[in-house]
Write a protein that binds this ligand. Structure first.
Ligand SMILES: Cc1cc2nc3c(=O)[nH]c(=O)nc-3n(C[C@H](O)[C@H](O)[C@H](O)COP(=O)(O)OP(=O)(O)OC[C@H]3O[C@@H](n4cnc5c(N)ncnc54)[C@H](O)[C@@H]3O)c2cc1C
Length: 270
């Protein structure tokens, strides 16, 4: 068992271009973009060459040095951006206490600064089939979906794309403009957006919580979900009710996967 796991890990490092197991590299912050009041994107480029290969849906680990000298690491999904750089997007976690790394990134990391990043990892990645694909996100779960839509648009995909997003309001919706622009570039794509408490610069398409029964979900759809667990639970059961196969529903959890421990969900994450 140990040998099998070590071999898998070695293969992952080799695929990431780091056969010695050291995937950490210094990246320069090329730009930061304020997406919403509480969401910022960082466009970064390796200090010593070109970005490693990545696939939409993957994430990087970001290592920060805090003012007290300690080091903390958090994961952030790649969120699209440019082909010659990596972009990740961070929601500031306000609370008691405030989120350590998200606050550090928001308040102390600016253009020209250096960040230490791992190579991109993760196996919830967009397939390259031509069957319909449904991308459903809520809140900051839009980050991997924006990367997937960017890739679909960049490759001129002709497959049917159904982009679904749920947010508190227009004000908290990151990548709203990108969603419209990317969907407009795709010949067979539609976007469906729900706001729980509509408030903000553009009219609400739909209000309340998502209801996928109101969205055309064609046969042979592959679905990717990302967002808070209650959202993913609702989306998954609605998709199952619409005939999407459990094996075709993939999801990313932004934290420990508490879902997988529940018997009815075992073996669903692929
Ligand atoms: C695969 C993956 C991809 C991800 N992608 C993204 C992404 O694209 N964008 C994004 O914004 N995030 C993403 N995340 C989440 C991200 O990694 C961090 O978890 C998030 O930014 C919070 O980190 P933090 O250091 O700011 O918060 P932390 O300091 O880790 O705190 C998290 C929460 O715990 C609470 N807390 C902390 N200490 C205590 C305590 N002692 N008692 C009670 N409560 C406490 C805080 O109040 C806060 O609510 C992803 C996570 C994973 C696993």
């Amino acid at each position: 068992m140990a040998n099998a796991l070590i071999a898998i890990e070695e293969r992952l490092y080799a695929q990431a271009g780091a056969p010695d197991g050291d995937t950490w590299r210094d990246y320069r912050v090329l730009a930061r973009f304020q997406e919403t009041g509480e969401v910022v994107s960082f466009l970064v480029h390796p200090a010593d060459g070109s970005p490693p290969p990545s696939r939409p849906g993957q994430y990087v680990s970001v290592q920060v040095q805090l003012p007290d000298g300690s080091r903390q690491i958090r994961q952030y999904s790649l969120s699209g951006g440019r082909a010659d750089a990596l972009q990740f997007t961070v929601k500031r976690i306000d609370g008691e206490p405030d989120g350590v790394v998200s606050h550090h990134l928001h308040h102390h990391v600016h253009d020209g600064d250096t960040l230490r990043l791992s190579a991109p990892f993760g196996d919830i990645t967009l397939d390259d089939r031509d069957t319909p694909v449904l991308l459903a996100s809520a809140g900051i779960g839009c980050t991997p979906m924006n990367a997937m839509l960017t890739q679909l648009a960049a490759t001129g995909a002709r497959r049917q794309v159904i982009a679904i997003h749920a947010d508190r309001s227009q004000r908290s919706h990151a990548f709203r403009t990108e969603l419209d622009q990317l969907v407009a570039k795709l010949p067979n794509a539609t976007a469906h957006v729900w706001y729980e408490h509509p408030e903000g610069p553009w009219p609400a398409d739909r209000t309340g919580l998502i209801d996928l029964a109101t969205v055309p979900v064609p046969p042979h759809t592959t679905a990717y979900l990302c967002g808070p667990l209650p959202f993913m639970r609702a989306a998954r059961s609605q998709l199952l009710g619409l005939g999407v196969r459990a094996a075709d529903i993939h999801y990313e959890v932004f934290g420990p996967d508490l879902w997988i421990g529940q018997p009815e969900n075992r073996a669903k994450r692929s």
